[in-house]
Design a protein around this ligand. Structure first.
Ligand code: SF4
Length: 380
């Protein structure tokens, strides 16, 4: 298990008000500063000569590798150190792979379908991670940019393979494996885990997708499917994107002006922050409108509008700077800027700042929820 700075600090002289409290021998001004650095593995435990043996053992255990990392042509599998992403973060997303038999009479068609599949999530292209080829000696080398591996080579990888015959058993085994690896650092469980999902009866992709979703969340490092469906992979990739993000880093989009339905000089102008969730909620509503619009996205470190406002990442001065940086006044005749309803209290302040900067825009309070934008625009 990971050790936090606070957990480490509890064992140090300062927490016990003992001799050598904040003595600086370690090179840090306080025991707390040393504990925080040690938690991040940025300093050796040996730097503090007054560390109790019990803490030394805990640190050694925490720093022991929980799970090995396997790398296949740039694809990293395993290497996880935690049970829950809020403890730190998950490192390598569950690989979504397909097993394909080169002796299959429809092999080429199936291969092309899998290799060509891609979706865009948060401006990133996502594909099937790996195609495992059975009987690959029966085909000539494949062209294209799909990542492939022969079944013989796949079997040599230091992976623990679970054949998925019973949902409950597979789920329990996955949990048991990860707990042994992370909590006990048991080397017998340090290999990344792959669940092999057999063909479902009657192509029941719903059932397969439901099971795979569970295994993806807890705790498969790789899922190997024996059948492929674009819809199922799109859903799993989307789920994976949500699970394998760093909870300490907000999802954000590039701050700039986005154009919808061919934004023109009479387009509506909306404004929000670069928090990805807000952006995509608003963007999908603007796409549905039957008229052009612009969405000004301000830089706010990926914070939602109210958080950004309370953290002073969304101020009247910043909005004016954004309008000037984007030179919006020369692009549009429209002079009304619709702000999120949650920022209604900023209207006066924004109007005043815009006026004093020499711009002639006017702030209009929009909706609190993105789903109400269409109705709002009808009455606008
Ligand atoms: Fe605290 Fe140990 Fe550093 Fe002294 S050497 S300040 S006791 S952590």
């Amino acid at each position: 298990m990971e050790l936090s700075g606070l957990q480490i600090f509890k064992y140090l002289p300062a927490a016990k008000k003992a001799d050598h409290t904040n003595c600086k021998t370690c090179g840090f001004p306080t025991c707390m500063a040393f504990a925080l650095k040690l938690a991040k593995e940025e300093v050796s435990p040996d730097a503090c000569p007054f560390m109790p043996e019990e803490l030394r053992e805990k640190v050694a255990l925490a720093q022991k590798i929980s799970q090995k990392t396997i790398e296949i042509q740039g694809l990293k599998i395993g290497g996880e150190n935690v049970l829950f992403r809020h403890e730190k973060t998950f490192l390598n997303p569950t690989s979504l792979c397909v097993l394909l038999d080169c002796a299959d009479k429809n092999f080429e068609e199936k291969f092309d379908r899998i290799a060509d599949f891609e979706i865009n999530i948060l401006n990133k292209t996502k594909k099937v991670d790996l195609i495992v080829l059975k009987n690959s000696d029966k085909i000539s080398p494949l062209a294209g940019n799909a990542r492939t591996i022969s079944f013989e080579d796949f079997e040599k990888l230091p992976l623990k393979i679970i054949e998925d015959k019973d949902f409950e058993k597979t789920a329990q085994e996955l949990k048991f494996n990860r707990e042994k690896a992370v909590r006990e650092k048991d080397e017998n469980y340090s290999n990344p885990v792959c669940v092999r999902l057999p063909k479902s009866d009657g192509n029941d992709f719903n059932n397969l997708a439901a099971k795979a979703s569970f295994y993806l969340c807890k705790y498969a490092n790789m899922l190997l499917f024996e059948e492929f469906s674009e819809e199922m992979f799109a859903s799993l990739l989307m789920l994976r994107e949500n699970i394998f993000t760093d909870p300490q880093k907000p999802l954000k989009v590039e701050p700039k002006i986005y154009e919808f339905n061919g934004g023109d000089e009479n387009a509506l102008i909306f404004l929000t922050t670069n928090f990805a969730l807000t952006f995509f909620a608003v963007a999908s509503e603007l796409e549905k409108l039957s008229r052009p619009s612009y969405l000004i996205v301000t830089p706010a470190d990926g914070m939602s509008v109210l958080t950004a406002w309370s953290a002073e990442k969304f101020t009247a001065q910043m909005v004016v700077k954004t309008l000037k940086d984007y030179d919006l006044a020369s692009k549009v005749k429209t002079r009304k800027i619709i702000i999120p309803g949650l920022l209604a209290h900023m209207k006066k302040e924004l109007d005043a700042e815009i006026k004093s900067s020499g711009l002639d825009f006017e702030i209009v309070i929009g909706t609190i929820d993105a789903c109400d934008i269409a109705d709002f625009v009808k009455q606008f």
